[in-house]
Unconditional design. Structure first.
Length: 699
């Protein structure tokens, strides 16, 4: 046996110097993790795995550092592949099994193994997570991980990184594992592609090797040559099924996700997959889940959170008791980011001796992710990464294999379903954290969201982006606080409302007529003559109008509305009721209320509004927006000038003012209507608060 192991070492040394001839990355590497009960699982797996699969396998087991490693010899009995104990600097080659030495951590860099002395104490080490994290970065979508039987939760964090890089995750069916703790924790992440018995794993891996994702780089996006209408059909089906439009995702990202699902279903034709989606709603759920990319964890990039503390302390110092520090976390996934921010704010308040309220709105489009976030319960494996012992003891409780966010932190965070792209944004925000969402969106949509974030933030508020994200061209509305960790301060400037709201409304639209990334989208397209004529006619002959919600917030403006609306004194607000000129405010508020109540167009004739140069007669129309694809609760307000005898109208207007009883009755009727509406809204709010309170207490 010793002689055989020496020969393995010599073969390994030879292989280490064989040049790969630019073939690095052409084959997958499978990281296999197991602990108690894992040996039997390893043997069963390799008995079923062909020796010519074209993949390399790395076995990471929890080994006793005081014992001589026998794992290579034991695995060799089950396979015809070479089984080697890893040597430092050794290159990974296909159709080979590599085994971690005892008392070592292992990483991989450019296809070569790196052996490291463990930094953590025995019992606290997570060698599987350590290697999988490295494997994901090095192999990206060519990385695979398999979690077998074992105690604890090692591997649950590493597989998140594998999934983030578009690799594949396989977990042993917990019922078949001798010890189900490791598989159960892996399943609990919700990121496993397959949860299956060991004997079913080999076919999945073989198919993965044939997957276009693991072929040559020039073949990765072969779907991009498929007819664009097939892609649009799929995106339309997803939009109809889920209510969410993914046409604003980067085209390459969409293709990669489609290719992955198609490979899992052994389909190579996108038209076939389109038909399969139509017939199988369950696949629609899986594709939607793939699009969401819900990968996150506590204190992601710890140094970034240290920079965040420095950025928000000046704002917190301006808050008095009774004031509220408001935070918005769009794309919050399962909540770790939002809770991390809540903890950081709590620590900052204690540091500076302040006691203001904290209100964090964490939103996402994934219902299941929101439900998990509300529970505040996570795998205990998270304690080993980025959460210090002090924070773990102060802000978490441990029960069984889970850690639970304490009530004082959970009470500061409200989780809700919301689409940051199309739903109304939160406003008067002091901190907006949108990390690692923009990287998946097109540059065009990023340009729409950054001004929207500026609109949401208070003057001096902080924008917190991911390390690979930036504000782009919007240096005129944000100041950089920390270039490395992407922290920006909102400049106290008023940004043009049409530019913000135009972008917001455009993002509500359904699929584009041309796919993003087409030639005409790469450069600014020259308008055709009919388009120029149409735009001129709209600007010159269509009445001024605005799109608002039921609260009067302006979402879109067409034409010149300055005659009818003017900014109110004080901090600028874009609310049509606050901006309406004298003679218009009462009728406008009443018309919107009536239009919302009956869901029909309301027309107000011969209104007299006061301008600097005198009175001006207009007609006012308020009509609900009922176009397909737009959310309810939107109204278009149309202002139309009329030609009439102003002196006669003014006289009539004055005489009406003398009829006090009639006017009081009118005001009273309107007040009653407003009171009914306020009572209904208050009842709805109370129900929502009760529901939210129950959800926050449910864990």
């Amino acid at each position: 046996m010793n002689e055989k192991r020496k020969s393995f070492s010599r073969v390994s040394a030879k292989k280490a110097i064989v040049p790969l001839k630019n073939n690095y990355g052409a084959f997958p590497i499978v990281g296999i993790g197991g602990s108690a009960g894992g040996l039997e699982a390893f043997e069963q797996f390799f008995k079923n795995m062909p020796s010519d699969s074209g993949m390399a396998f790395v076995v990471i087991a929890h080994l006793d550092p005081s014992q001589r490693g026998m794992l290579p010899e034991l695995i060799q009995r089950a396979t015809k592949m070479d089984v080697l104990q890893i040597e430092d600097g050794e290159k990974a080659l296909p159709n080979t099994v590599y085994v971690i030495p005892s008392n070592k951590d292992i990483a991989i860099l450019h296809g070569a193994f790196q052996l490291l002395v463990p930094s953590a104490e025995r019992g606290l080490r997570l060698p599987i997570d350590f290697f999988l994290h490295s494997l994901a970065i090095d192999r990206k979508d060519r990385a695979v991980c398999i979690i077998f039987s074992g105690m604890g939760a090692d591997g649950s964090l590493g597989l998140r990184k594998i999934k983030e890089k578009q690799g594949m995750v396989i977990v042993q069916e917990p019922k078949t594992a001798k010890y189900d703790s490791m598989p159960l924790n892996a399943v609990y992440t919700g990121l496993a592609d397959y949860i299956i018995p060991i004997e079913e794993m080999a076919p999945k891996l073989i198919e993965f090797e044939k997957n276009p994702l693991v072929k040559k780089d020039q073949e990765v996006l072969k779907l991009s040559n498929e007819p664009l209408n097939e892609l649009q059909k799929i995106l339309e089906m997803i939009r109809s099924y889920t209510g969410h439009d993914f046409s604003f995702y980067k085209k390459n990202t969409i293709y990669r996700m489609l290719e992955k699902r198609m490979a899992f279903k052994e389909m190579k034709n996108i038209a076939d997959y389109t038909r399969y989606l139509q017939a199988n709603p369950g696949e629609m759920d899986l594709l939607f889940k793939e699009f969401l990319i819900g990968v996150t964890h506590f204190f992601r990039d710890p140094l970034a959170f240290k920079a965040l503390q420095k950025a928000i302390i000046p704002i917190l110092k301006t808050k008095s008791e009774g004031d509220t520090f408001r935070v918005w976390v769009p794309g919050c996934s399962t909540g770790e980011e939002a809770y991390s921010i809540a903890i950081v704010i709590n620590e900052c308040l204690k540091t500076i001796g302040r006691n203001c309220k904290v209100q964090i709105f964490a939103t996402d489009i994934d219902q299941k992710a929101i439900e998990k976030a509300r529970s505040g319960s996570y795998s205990a494996a998270l304690r080993a990464v980025n959460i210090s012992k002090e924070r773990l003891g102060r802000f978490f409780t441990k029960k069984d294999e889970l850690i639970h966010v304490k009530k004082e932190i959970r009470e500061t965070v409200a989780f809700a379903l919301q689409n940051a792209v199309k739903d109304p944004p939160f406003t008067k925000i002091d901190l907006l954290s949108c990390r690692n969402l923009l990287i998946y969106l097109t540059a065009e949509l990023q340009k729409k969201l950054i001004p929207l974030f500026h609109y949401s933030l208070n003057a001096g508020g902080v924008l917190f982006l991911g390390p690979a994200e930036n504000i782009g061209e919007y240096v005129d509305i944000f100041t950089s606080l920390d270039a490395k960790w992407r922290l920006f301060k909102r400049k106290d400037v008023v940004y043009a409302v049409p530019r913000i709201t135009n972008n917001l409304l455009e993002s509500l639209s359904s699929l584009p007529r041309k796919a993003e990334g087409a030639e005409e989208d790469k450069a600014e397209r020259k308008a055709t003559l009919p388009e120029v004529v149409r735009r001129l006619l709209l600007d010159k002959y269509c009445p001024a109008s605005a799109v608002i919600n039921s609260k009067g917030d302006i979402l879109y403006i067409n034409g010149h509305t300055g005659k009818y609306l003017e900014p109110s004194p004080g901090q600028p607000v874009m609310n049509v009721f606050d901006m309406a000129r004298e003679g218009l405010r009462h009728e406008l508020s009443s018309a919107v209320y009536k239009a919302e109540l009956v869901n029909k167009k309301v027309f107000c004739k011969d209104l007299l509004i006061k301008l600097d140069e005198g009175y001006k007669p207009i007609n006012l129309t308020v009509e609900p927006v009922k176009e397909p694809g737009y959310s309810s609760g939107l109204f278009i307000v149309i202002f139309e000038d009329i030609e009439t005898n102003i002196r006669k109208m003014k006289s009539s207007f004055s005489s009406k003012k003398n009829h006090a009883v009639s006017e009081v009755e009118k005001e009273l009727e309107f007040a009653k209507g407003q009171l009914r509406k306020m009572r209904t809204d208050m009842e709805n709010s109370i129900e929502e608060l009760k529901s939210m309170n129950e959800e926050l207490q449910s864990g």
